[in-house]
Design a protein. Sequence first.
Length: 69
Amino acid sequence: MLSERALRGVLIVLGAYHVLQGGVALLDPGTFFDQIGKYGVENDHYIGDVGAFTMAVGIGLLIAVWRPR
């Protein structure tokens, strides 16, 4: 079982990854499509939706670091 300190580290890494990935999708959907998510036909609106969802998950993970309850 992970210690509390190790769990916080994992949450920080995962949260930061999701926030960065979501930020790229929101700010530059073309680059996100070309470099990360080249699946099917490019749809900037859909990429923005996925970016917003991914960023929200990352923010939730980072909040969980400081508010574990």
